[in-house]
Design a protein around this ligand. Structure first.
Ligand code: PMP
Length: 364
């Protein structure tokens, strides 16, 4: 077998090894079907079962109540930036609140502004997106059509510890980079969406969990592919769904349930992994400088810079010699980003921690 490295990519990202091994087997022939998972029809009983299993697992893990629909769509989280505003803001007299904590939220706002009036309820931009707001800093409009936030900003590595309270205004969340990393109270949300390629599966499918009453608010005539009502009516099979990504979600969620033991357990592991890296940063006496303020730190994307930026290429090169890959930060933040999603094993994070400590001893 090809040797695997520790892959700290922000997404598409590391997947659990047992998932890859099962997919490898099913790539030639699914048991019972005698056909590859890549070859089966989306109308076949085999896919129907996989689809139902993926949904059932998500409902079980996230405790999704019955009045919520679970959709598997395409077009990435980027298309959701548009669909949300098209379905819920277009033609409306109301405005929409957006809480801006990083690069992805900014893109969501850009698309929403094409459809209606956006009120920025809080922005961390002047601070280079180092933190999330406190509840009393939000300037929310009680008459807004909805309020949108990004639970974890993947580029900056800032994450909400709990969702904002919007006092009854429908809450919408881009949870692309922290869905399934911890339990969340779904009841507090009207719509949650997430590109799968970080914590849920490969790229090519976007999860949308939405409360059914939201559909009644859609009054505009939309192209079918852009209309949530159509996807709900057709149970995500209005067009050919992404069979392989949905299949992989069914395996990742099974792994979360059976191997990990659910989202509380997953959260505990994620906290322990993140703590290892934040401790190195905090104990480095300024050799490593964390990007996010401590109370806004992400459990999924740990971002930091070096006091002496000229050491960056050496760090990246030497890290590779320890099997530590994809650590370069996004150009807008600089420095480093270690994406330590659910499937990154503790050993990978320990290996990175040891390397960071040793690198500082040599170069600090
Ligand atoms: N939102 C967040 C928080 C993301 O991390 C990403 C992708 N990195 C996106 C949106 C965009 O997702 P996609 O590429 O699937 O459209």
């Amino acid at each position: 077998m090809t040797e695997r490295v520790y892959n700290f990519s922000p997404g598409p990202a590391v997947l659990p090894l047992p998932v890859l091994e099962e997919a490898q087997r099913d790539l030639v022939a699914l048991p019972d079907a005698g056909m590859s998972i890549l070859e089966i029809s989306h109308r076949s009983p085999w896919f129907k079962e996989i689809h139902e299993q993926a949904e059932a697992n998500l409902r079980d893990l996230l405790k999704i109540p019955e009045q919520y629909k679970v959709l598997f769509l395409q077009g990435g989280a980027n298309l959701q930036f548009s669909m949300i505003a098209m379905n819920l803001l277009r033609g409306s007299k109301q405005s929409a609140d957006y809480i801006l904590t990083g690069s992805w939220g900014k893109k969501a706002i850009k698309e929403a502004e094409r459809e209606g009036t956006v009120n920025i309820a809080w922005s961390g931009e002047s601070d280079n997106f180092k933190r999330v707001p406190k509840q009393d800093q939000l300037q929310l409009n009680p008459d807004a059509a909805y309020a949108h936030f990004t639970s974890n900003e993947t580029i900056q590595g800032v994450e909400f510890q709990t969702e904002p309270d919007t006092s009854g205004v429908p809450l919408i969340c881009d949870a692309s980079s922290d869905i399934l990393s911890r339990p969340i109270p779904i009841d507090n949300y009207s719509l949650i969406y997430a590109g799968a390629q970080k914590n849920a599966g490969p790229s090519g499918v976007t999860l949308v969990i939405l409360r059914e009453d939201l559909l009644e608010r859609i009054s505009v005539d939309l192209h079918s592919m852009l209309d949530y009502r159509v996807h709900c009516d057709k149970n995500s099979t209005f067009n050919t769904p992404p069979v392989f990504p949905i299949y992989t979600i069914s395996l990742v969620t099974k792994w979360l349930m059976e191997d990990i033991g659910g989202l509380e357990k997953m959260e505990a592991v994620n906290r322990a992994k993140a703590q290892l890296l934040y401790d190195v940063i905090d104990e480095s006496e300024g050799f490593y400088i964390g990007h996010a303020d401590p109370d806004s730190r992400s459990l999924m994307n740990v971002t930091w810079v070096l006091k002496d930026d000229s050491l960056l290429p050496t760090f990246i090169e030497e890290a590779k010699q320890q099997n530590l890959y994809e650590l370069k930060g996004h150009r807008s933040v600089g420095g480093f980003r270690a994406s330590i999603y659910n499937a990154m094993p503790m050993e990978g994070v320990q290996c990175l921690r040891d390397f960071m400590v040793e690198f500082q001893k040599r170069c600090g």
